[in-house]
Design a protein around this ligand. Sequence first.
Ligand SMILES: [Zn+2]
Length: 290
Amino acid sequence: MARSTSGDESACLAIDIGGTKIAVGLVSLGGQIVESCQIATPATSDPEEVFGALLGLITQVESDRFVVTGVGCGGPMDQETVSPLNIPAWRYFPLASRLKAELAVEVFIENDAKALAIGEARFGHGIGLDDFVAMVVSTGVGGGIYSGGRLLNGKSGNAGHIGHIQVYPDGNPCPCGGRGCLEAHASGLAIERMSNRPASEATEDIKHEVALALGRGIASVASLLDVEDFFLSGSVALGFGQQFLDEVQEVARSTHKIAFANSISVKATLHGSNSPLLGAAALGFLRAGL
Ligand SMILES: [Zn+2]
């Protein structure tokens, strides 16, 4: 089937892989999502079942117009493999080489929150900003950090794992094996565990608790890195609404009294629920030199 992108622009096959859903889209160089589709992440212990579901989704948007593939995936990961905490079937799964074997273009994989940050820098609120943090608050909690105009990678490429800042000593058990991590108090899975209902049906009390945890985590990052702009995406951050984001900002500003961290700004990513796919696309374009 013939498909076209806007004008003669190059397009990226953008893939966002999370613990709850996998989304695939075709994104133009200018940041238009030309087409997209998504499925629930298979609940399985079989790595091939997850990969097969991803390939099936890719065929739905397959196009001879994409010139590169960008993938945002839950962490942690290394240069060859991914081990998303919230996809237990994938432990050291060689996602990049497996996708390269299926697709006729280069494949670039990055932590989903770092990809979100790259997308925000290229298509969103991060345009013109040297210092900001993009965060995914959904099934898990992750972050991507721009400092001095550069994306922070860290020693093993996993910089920005904000979800594993401790916000409650001896708090809830975390998928990482620790306790009291931000992810163990603010992720969709944590909210389900705390309230015995889906995060989308969280009570005001639970939202308040989550805002406290997120605000604390953000305050620590702001103090450490001298950064004030935080852009949040993900089903929890977006689904809980503006009042929730305002409360997170209030907590973040009042946690520490250090002067440069008093003007922390917390808002939704510019393109809301489209931001993760745009991030994956921005990653692909960036790494391909486009
Ligand atoms: Zn943790």
